[in-house]
Every structure is written in structure tokens, then in C-alpha cells.
Design a protein around this ligand. Structure first.
Ligand code: FEO
Ligand code: CA
Ligand code: CA
Ligand code: CA
Length: 635
């Protein structure tokens, strides 16, 4: 079966089917009876070797995926395939230095403790080799769960509590050492560093020094304090880490009624914060006192993990939005190309192309490569009733495509600070929440998770169609595109959907059952983290509904799967503990250790005690996955 053939007919679960969805379903049903080549269109992108194709055809199984699938789970533990083991590397609250207090269950640590401890809610991460037995892991700490962080569960916040929460955000840089029994965290390691919501950072790129970036504390608009809601990540070939600021809006608020500009409203900034309460104790987050402070967040920040004294730099040329990750590839001609998702319902997918070229022989020469270049946003065109088509990158440059003073844009800095408004001005496609982007290691093809979108089809701004083919999309899909001529700098691309997540045990003969590469044994919802290993396996992590009921019956806890991009086969590799999200992945260079993030186990007091068990407070953790025979992960 092709990935997009529909499964057997049953009663249709919905009454109102959007026209685009109906046409796609009809086309897929028709193709099911035609079979053969017409049905295979969706997988024809990939030029896998003839041998691997033949093997896949002969066995019906991917030659890339060598492990036994794990079933879904609702247990409070990490489950990996037979022959694999999962060990804890580091958890929220572990001290990075020997003069720092250990984690105390029940919220007993102070802000001073937290500022030297591993941050909370680890998310994206990257592995930087130093020598054969030493490496650095740079790991995002996205946010906090007050119900676990404080004995009062956030109901009685103090100034020190806010400082503690701020100290739990940002990035943890840790030294790891290879021992006889595998990689281990090194307390007091020379690269250990905490970067948090108060760490001084430089502002780089076109928005540096702009009026909208100026505050009382920084009248020049050149230096920001800190980074927070660091979601996913990227790394550069010149050995730096990219950390991406996502839901920054929720940290700002005001006790007084305050006028919020339409631009800030587009980013979700409001007088009522998301519950963090920082503005009550720290004027920097009070919108009445510091109306420009939110403009200094929503950026990609570049960090040199090899120098604990280095100043992180906000790279404003990459645009301001709710960044997911930053997937950087060097095009054949040497330009750095960065793919960027904006994770919000009905927001957009972006691409940055550097003006300068990467110089592999001069690390210092690359350090400001991300300060100059062109930002683009994606527009998708679908073939009628098909889950594929053409796409184009629309330039977000001041003076072009209507980005002019008449439309409210007075400089490139404003285009970048208000990237969402610029994307709307040029007519970008509204997406089902773009999460991570991953580029294949050898083929010119790029994948992006569109995690879900309950609002699709409910308003004119988010019509059903193209790569967003389902109204009230609770399951998500994985988009892929192939740049024209195999060049990441090209203006156009061909796209299709690699998969539609769904639930074939609940829905039949509709796009909610999922694409044909989804079945009762591998189903999941809400793909989020993705990344390739060196062999071209696509690893997929979920941040979904773990109720295991209704639309999500049989899908269990959040999980991690592995797909063969050539055959479309997808197999479950790992299941996480209760109420967690699985997010963040990086491999050791020998591909024999996989680092995986378990984020917010036991959120909302869901009853997890992962990873320490007993009656302990659940803690976000980085896990190490290895094979008992020392082999390559996934093979
Ligand atoms: Fe932090 Fe879009 O996930
Ligand atoms: Ca995510
Ligand atoms: Ca998500
Ligand atoms: Ca998350």
C-alpha cells in the first residue's frame, strides 16, 4: 500500500467534511483500486539505493530499521526495545558544581541552589565532541512546573521563588566523560555552565540598536538579559549551539490595565501572563514599566559552548517569532541555510539564507555569519485534491513584497521584529503549528512536523488545504519538501506529506485514520521533535495527548519512533513515563549512544515519580540509550 491509500470503508465519523478533504479522500479511494505506480507518488522523492529498495520490497520491512518495535505504554518508566538499555544521565536539580546543593524533593531548593543546578524541562540538545573521551552537551531548559517546583505550587510566590524559576530556564552546558560503562556527567567539568533568564547577552544583526529594542536598562538596544522558553535547538558546523526562544509572551504581564500594541498582540503578549508571575516581582517583565522588553525575546541565540565566559548573541536576522528549532545546513555553494518553524496555530515556516559563506578553515570567520542574510517565509500550492504540490519562498526584505512604510514597515529591523506581520503581508501559508525541521544528512530533502491544530477550518485565516488537509486536526502530520535542483538556496520546492498521524482503530476511511504507513501497532499523535542520524533514519518524538482515550485510545504515553524516509515505514522505539513529553535528541559521533529528553513527567500532579521512584518529585531528565551489544542505535 502507498502511504496515502485509504483503509477499508467504514462509517464516516464526521458530518461536515471540508471540500479539500473530501477531494483528497476521493482521490485516495480511487487510487486504492488503481493501485500500482499512481499510488506510489508519495514516496517517489527518495533516491534510495536500488539494493535497499529491493530489500524493502522483498521483505516489506525497512532495511534501515533493525530493532523490535515496543508497544504503547502507560507505565511510569522509559521502555526501549529488547537488547537496548536506557539510563539516566542528568535530571532537573542535579548540581553542576560540588559547592551547589543537591536537589530537594518537594520544592525545597532556593534560587541560589537552582542557579548552579541543571535547569528544568530539558528540551532540544546538541553533542559537541572535544576529544575521544570528553564531550559537551548543550541542553535547553524550556520552562518550569510550579506545581512541582514549589511546595505552595505557585500559589504564594515570593521574590526568591521568581528568581528560582528564572534560574531554572535557559540552557545547561555540561561536560560529559566517556567511562568504561559509557558516557557520564562530570560535576565541576570545565565546560559546565548555566545560562538563564538573567545572563547578559548581546543583540546582533539588523535589529541591534533599533528603537523597539531599547529599554530603560539598555538605552542603546544592544544588550539583553537572558533567554527563556528555550524550546528546540540547532548547531552550526563551526561548533556553536543555537537555542530557540519559543513562548516568550507568557512571561510578561501587568497588574495595571495597559495598552498592548497590535504587533505585541499578534505574539500573544497580554496584561495577563501565563501564570509565571515574574512581573509581580521583577519590573523588567511588567509591561506598564518596560513595554519594549518583549521585543528582546523570540529570537535564536548563538552560544559558544566551549567557552563558559563567552557572551551569547541573539541573531535577529533570523526573525522574531515563537521559534521551535533552527536546522542549519550548508548549501553546495557555502551559504548557511537555516530552516525555522513558528509554533503556533496558523503561523508560518521560515528559511534564512546567509549573505556570506561558511569557511571550514576559519572558525572565527563564521562567528557572525548569522547576522547578515535574507529571511523567507513559505507559501504552499497544492495540486487539486492532492497532498502534494509546489511551494515557494517569499522574501521578507524591507522595501520588497509590500514590506514598505505604507504597510507599517519602516526598516529591515521592523520586518524582523514583526516577522509574523511581515509573513502575513507577503501572503505566507498558515500552518498547523510548525515544530521541528530536520534536513536529511545526504539527500536534499527536508522534513517538518506540523504537530496539530484544533483551529484549522474554524476560521478564514486557517482554511483546510495543501499541507494542512484536515479540519480540527488533533493528530498532526509530517511535511517534507525537496528544494528545486537540490539546492537549499533555491526559491522553489516540491512538497508532499510523509505521513498523517491518526488513529485507525477509531476512525476509518477518513484522513483521521492517518496515512497508510500508520497502523494500530505504530500509531501516535502530535509529532514534534525530529532529527536524522548519520544513516538517514528519521527519529520522531511526540508531544501529544496521553489520555489514551477517545480519539487517542490505544496511543498511550508520549513516545519516540523511527522512520525510514525511503519506504515510509515507521516503528515505535521508546515510550516515556506518565504525563511526560519526549523531546530533544542528539547522538554521539559513533552513533552508539542516543541522548533523549524526558520533559515534565508528572506535570499537573499526574502522579509520576520518574526517574527516582518511591515518593520522589518527578524530574525532567536526559536519558542515554545504548545497545547491550554496543551496536549502532536503530540499526
Ligand atoms: Fe516547545 Fe513547540 O514546543
Ligand atoms: Ca516542541
Ligand atoms: Ca509541541
Ligand atoms: Ca515542551
Amino acid at each position: 500500500m502507498s502511504q496515502f491509500e485509504l483503509k477499508d470503508d467504514q462509517n464516516h465519523p464526521r458530518t461536515q467534511v471540508p471540500e479539500f478533504t473530501r477531494m483528497v479522500e476521493q482521490n485516495l479511494s480511487r487510487r486504492r483500486f488503481l493501485g500500482g505506480a499512481a499510488a506510489l507518488g508519495a514516496v517517489a522523492f527518495f533516491s534510495a539505493s536500488p539494493i535497499s529498495r529491493a530489500m524493502a520490497a522483498a521483505t516489506g520491512r525497512s532495511p534501515l530499521l533493525g530493532f523490535e518495535a515496543v508497544p504503547t505504554s502507560t507505565a511510569d518508566t522509559v521502555v526501549v526495545p529488547p537488547g537496548y538499555k536506557a539510563e539516566r544521565l542528568i535530571s532537573w536539580g542535579d548540581p553542576l558544581f560540588s559547592n551547589v546543593a543537591e536537589f530537594i524533593n518537594g520544592g525545597g531548593n532556593t534560587s541560589a541552589d537552582q542557579s548552579g543546578q541543571f535547569g528544568d524541562n530539558n528540551d532540544g540538545m546538541s553533542f559537541f565532541p572535544v576529544d575521544d573521551n570528553t564531550a559537551i552537551l548543550a541542553i535547553n531548559n524550556e520552562y518550569t512546573n510550579y506545581e512541582l517546583m514549589f511546595a505552595h505550587q505557585g500559589k504564594n510566590m515570593t521574590a526568591d521563588d521568581v528568581k528560582k524559576a528564572q534560574a531554572a530556564h535557559g540552557v545547561s552546558v555540561i561536560t560529559i566523560k566517556k567511562q568504561a560503562d559509557g558516557w557520564r556527567f562530570e560535576k565541576d567539568g570545565k565546560f559546565n555552565r548555566r545560562i538563564n533568564a538573567n545572563t547578559p547577552m548581546a543583540i546582533g544583526g539588523p535589529a541591534r540598536g533599533h528603537e523597539l529594542m531599547k529599554t530603560k536598562a539598555d538605552p542603546r538596544g544592544e544588550q539583553a538579559l537572558g533567554t527563556f522558553n528555550n524550546c528546540a535547538n540547532g548547531m552550526t558546523p563551526w561548533g556553536t549551539y543555537l537555542t530557540c526562544e519559543e513562548n516568550f509572551n507568557g512571561y510578561f504581564g501587568s497588574a495595571k490595565s495597559v495598552e498592548i500594541s497590535p504587533a505585541l498582540t499578534r505574539y500573544g503578549v497580554a496584561a495577563e501572563d501565563a501564570g509565571y508571575q515574574w512581573h509581580k516581582f521583577d519590573d523588567r517583565f511588567d509591561l506598564a514599566k518596560n513595554p519594549n522588553e518583549p521585543n528582546r525575546f523570540g529570537w535564536v541565540v548563538e552560544i559558544d559552548p566551549t567557552d563558559p565566559n563567552s557572551t551569547p548573541i541573539k541573531r535577529t536576522a533570523l526573525g522574531r517569532f515563537k521559534h521551535e528549532n533552527a536546522e542549519l545546513v550548508i548549501d553546495k555553494d557555502g551559504h548557511a541555510v537555516v530552516y525555522l518553524g513558528d509554533d503556533e496555530r496558523g503561523e508560518h515556516l521560515y528559511r534564512f539564507v546567509s549573505e556570506g559563506k561558511y569557511n571550514p578553515n576559519d572558525r572565527a570567520a563564521n562567528r557572525n555569519l548569522l547576522d547578515k542574510g535574507t529571511l523567507y517565509v513559505a507559501k504552499f500550492h497544492a495540486e487539486e485534491g492532492e497532498l502534494k504540490g509546489k511551494g515557494e519562498w517569499l522574501e521578507l526584505t524591507f522595501g520588497k513584497n509590500g514590506l514598505t512604510p505604507e504597510n507599517g514597515f519602516n526598516s529591515q529591523a521592523e520586518v524582523l521584529i514583526h516577522a509574523r506581520l511581515a509573513a502575513t503581508q507577503v501572503g505566507a501559508t498558515t500552518m498547523d503549528r510548525p515544530e521541528w525541521v530536520a534536513a536529511h544528512p545526504t539527500e536534499p530533502v527536508v522534513f517538518c512536523t506540523l504537530t496539530n491544530n484544533k483551529n484549522r477550518g474554524t476560521n478564514d485565516h486557517q482554511p483546510v488545504g495543501g499541507p494542512n488537509p484536515r479540519a480540527e486536526n488533533h493528530y498532526g502530520q509530517i511535511l517534507r519538501w525537496q528544494p528545486a535542483n537540490g539546492r537549499h538556496t533555491a526559491g522553489e520546492f516540491d512538497w508532499d506529506l510523509f505521513l498523517l498521524a491518526g488513529n485507525p482503530t477509531v476512525h476509518q476511511n477518513s484522513l483521521y485514520a492517518g496515512s497508510a504507513n500508520i497502523n494500530a501497532d505504530n500509531m501516535f499523535n502530535s509529532p514534534d521533535g525530529i532529527g536524522f542520524d548519520q544513516a538517514g533514519r528519521l527519529w520522531v518524538q511526540t508531544d501529544g495527548n496521553y489520555s489514551n482515550q477517545g480519539d487517542f485510545a490505544g496511543q498511550g504515553n508520549n513516545q519516540m519512533l523511527c522512520a525510514d524516509p525511503a519506504t515510509g515505514e515507521i516503528r515505535r522505539f521508546l515510550t516515556g513515563p506518565v504525563a511526560c513529553e519526549i523531546t530533544g535528541l542528539t547522538f554521539s559521533p559513533d552513533q552508539k549512544t542516543l541522548f533523549v529528553g524526558v520533559q515534565h513527567p508528572g506535570e499537573e500532579l499526574a502522579g509520576s515519580h520518574f526517574p527516582m521512584g518511591g515518593n520522589s518529585t518527578p524530574r525532567s531528565s536526559v536519558m542515554m540509550i545504548t545497545r547491550e551489544d554496543g551496536g549502532i542505535i536503530g540499526a
